[in-house]
Design a protein around this ligand. Sequence first.
Ligand code: OSB
Ligand code: MG
Length: 368
Amino acid sequence: MKITEITIRHLQMKLKAPFTTSFGTFTTKEFLLLEARDEAGTVGWGESVAFNAPWYNEETLQTNWHMLEDFLIPLILNKELNHPDEVNEIFAPIRKNNMAKSTLEGAVWDIYAQQTNKSLAKALGGTKVKIEVGISIGIQESIEELVALVDGYVKEGYKRIKVKIKPGWDVDVMRTLRESFPDVAIMADANSAYRLEDIDLLKQLDAFDLTMIEQPLASDDIIDHAQLQKELKTPICLDESIHSLEDARKAVELGSTKIINIKIGRVGGLTEAKKIHDYCEANGIPVWCGGMLESGVGRSHNVALTTLSNFILPGDTAGSSRYWEKDIIVPEVVAADGYIDVPETTGIGYEVDRETVEAYTVAKKNYK
Ligand code: OSB
Ligand code: MG
């Protein structure tokens, strides 16, 4: 396989409802969509999960464009590749910029799956035919509104409810949720909003039988999380802190995390995601697939990854209609009764709707 042409597009997609985390509010999702074409004319798609501002991590849509244009695309264009795992090695000398790397690597995986006549899920070694779906709910104006939202999602069949927390929107919120939904799997995601000195507050969350608490402390920390986990009953799940298999190994060895949220973009692509998955499986650490408010393309990659056997816990990959009036893939990703059926057709398993893509595109550039 040889990639001979790449197009990068900057898309803007309005979210159905604003999504608020401890670090900010999203109303419109801005991201890069990458289309790669090989010499046989096979087209593969990748999505950058970098946001328009460096809130979640240091990458942005513009830094990703720069890295792709000036460093990553030149390393791949017109190079003979036998397997997408090679992309991970080719990119290794370039430090970090994982979301940029993942954007192109994902498109190569899509092409590889099509060329070997497999679904992306099968190409990755996945076995599930359907995946369990959880939902991530942003910070709301009031606890009453949150309870009403959760009630609706529980009735829709979501297998696990995750709510965002931040100082001032934490213990009372989680207590109310547990009292209102005694039998539901509930977890909290702090997106790094606390410090070790908040330990007494975080310990109060132990009373609510949460499935886990995600990334309570600093986004680059694994030391304080180990300290915190020693004193906390609730399992810690790291998100922001894990960028590679090496990070995962160190965090697990230190006892900083009992569960890992794998985001393809954060770890630099599907090959690294699979490595982390395999390491965790061998070490008794359950994983689940995180979300970055992806469009259908990124979502389809998440669905495929989640078919690997150690994705034991429901992820954040909900159906397209939870986010968008109209997604860029046909059919859209559909969650029904808490499950998404994994597509069996080759590649990502969904058609990219070019007309809709063009309607959302605000900038584009071609490379060959
Ligand atoms: O930390 O998992 C996160 C959204 C934006 C940035 C970070 C996160 C999230 C989510 C939403 O939790 C997951 C989704 O529904 O895609
Ligand atoms: Mg998170």
